[in-house]
Design a binder for this molecule. Structure first.
Ligand SMILES: [Zn+2]
Ligand SMILES: [Zn+2]
Length: 352
C-alpha cells in the first residue's frame, strides 16, 4: 500500500511510497484511510523543524488528522465494518505520569507521550491503518468526508473545556467571544462559541476569500481591522487566540473585559521580540481577575465532545472549511499553502 512518509530532521524528504500493509494486533481495528487533514504541524515536520521517527527507524508515516472506514473489527470492540472513524493522536507515556494515569494524556507531565504521525508512532496518511479500538472514535455517518475535521475540532473542544472550567471558579455568565485567526482552528473555535449561544467575533488579516463568509454564516461578526481597536470595542469575556502572532497574543491579553479568559492555542516561532507594556497588562490581569491559559492536544473526552459538536453543525458549512482536496499521489501539493486555503485534505482512497 501507499503512504506519505517523511524523514524527520531532513528537509525535502517528504514522499509517497510503498510500505508494508499493516496487520491489526489483538483489540485493533483495520481501517481503510479516506482522508487526512494537513496543518501547520505537518508542514513543520516536512520542513524538518519537528517530528520523531519510530525507534529504530528513520522514516515516519505522516498524518494525525484522520478519517477512515473500518474494514475489520474485533467482535467485542463496539465497532463494525463500514463505521466511519478517526484515530486519536496521542498515547499516554509508558511510566505513566499522574496525568496519563488518569486519562489526561493531553496534560502529560514527563513529555514521554507518543503521537501518531508526529512523535514515534506512524500516522494515518496511508491507504490502510490500524488503531486500538480504545483509541478509535466513531464519526456520525451523516458527516461523510467532513469527518476529517474531527481532530482539529478536538483541539478547540479542549480549549472550550479549559475556558469553562476556569470560568466556573466564580460566577460566570459570558456573552462575547473574540477569536483571533480565521484558519480551521479559529473557525472551529467560532463554531463552538456559536453553539454555546455566545456573540462571536472573528478577526483575521484578510478581508476577502472564503473566511469572512464562513464567519458570517455562523452568525459571527468578522473584523479585518486592528486587534487592539476591535478588542476595545468588543470587550470580550473570552478570547481564543489561534494565530500565535506575538502582537495578537499580547493584545488579546490586554483586551479582555473584566474576569476575562484568554485561551492561547497558536504555537509561535520563538525569537521574535516585541516592545510591549507588560506592566499595563499585568495591572489589568490582576485588577480584573483575568486568566491566560495555554491549551494543546486533546484527550478522549474532547474527542467525544468534538464528535457531538460536529454532529450538531451544518454539514455544508463544514465542507466549505475544506477548501482544497488533493489525491495521495499529489500529496506534496498540499504542503504549498495557497492564499485562499482554509483546510487542505489529502484523499487516500481516490474519492472526492
Ligand atoms: Zn493538525
Ligand atoms: Zn504522561
Amino acid at each position: 500500500m501507499r503512504a506519505l512518509t517523511v524523514r524527520p530532521g531532513e528537509k525535502g524528504a517528504l514522499r509517497v511510497e510503498e510500505v508494508p500493509d499493516p496487520e491489526p494486533g489483538p483489540g485493533e481495528l483495520l481501517v481503510d484511510g479516506l482522508a487526512v487533514g494537513v496543518c501547520g504541524t505537518d508542514r513543520e515536520i516536512a520542513d524538518a523543524l519537528y517530528g520523531w521517527a519510530p525507534p529504530g527507524r528513520d522514516r515516519l508515516v505522516l498524518g494525525h488528522e484522520s478519517l477512515g472506514r473500518v474494514r475489520t473489527a474485533p467482535p467485542d470492540s463496539g465497532f463494525a465494518p463500514g463505521d466511519l472513524v478517526a484515530g486519536v493522536v496521542r498515547r499516554p507515556d509508558p511510566v505513566p505520569c499522574g496525568a496519563c494515569a488518569h486519562g489526561h494524556f493531553d496534560m502529560c507531565r514527563n513529555g514521554r507521550y507518543t503521537e501518531r504521525g508526529i512523535k514515534e508512532i506512524d500516522g494515518y496518511a496511508a491507504e490502510r491503518w490500524t488503531v486500538e479500538a480504545d483509541y478509535a472514535v466513531r464519526i456520525d455517518p451523516a458527516l461523510g468526508r467532513a469527518g476529517v475535521l474531527m481532530e482539529p475540532t478536538t483541539v478547540v473542544a479542549k480549549a472550550w473545556d479549559q475556558i469553562e472550567r476556569v470560568g466556573r471558579r466564580s460566577w460566570f455568565d459570558p456573552r462575547t467571544v473574540l477569536v483571533t485567526g480565521a484558519g480551521p482552528i479559529g473557525l472551529l473555535a467560532a463554531l463552538l462559541g456559536a453553539q454555546r449561544g455566545l456573540e462571536v467575533h472573528v478577526l483575521d488579516r484578510v478581508s476577502d476569500g472564503p473566511k469572512p463568509r464562513l464567519a458570517a454564516d455562523l452568525g459571527a461578526a468578522y473584523h479585518a481591522g486592528d486587534v487592539a481597536e476591535v478588542a476595545r470595542r468588543v470587550r470580550p469575556d473570552i478570547v481564543v487566540e489561534c494565530t500565535g502572532a506575538a502582537r495578537l497574543v499580547f493584545e488579546a491579553m490586554a483586551g479582555t473585559g473584566p474576569y476575562g479568559i484568554v485561551c492561547l492555542t497558536g504555537v509561535s516561532s520563538p525569537g521574535r521580540t516585541l516592545d510591549a507594556d507588560i506592566g499595563r497588562v499585568n495591572r489589568d490581569i490582576v485588577l480584573q481577575n483575568d486568566v491566560v491559559i495555554g491549551s494543546v492536544n486533546a484527550n478522549l473526552d474532547h474527542y467525544r465532545a468534538a464528535a457531538d459538536a460536529l454532529a450538531a453543525a451544518d454539514r455544508p458549512w463544514l465542507e466549505r472549511l475544506i477548501t482544497r482536496r488533493v489525491p495521495l499521489e499529489r500529496a506534496l501539493d498540499a504542503f504549498d499553502p495557497r492564499p485562499d486555503d482554509v483546510k487542505v485534505a489529502i484523499t487516500l482512497d481516490g474519492g472526492a
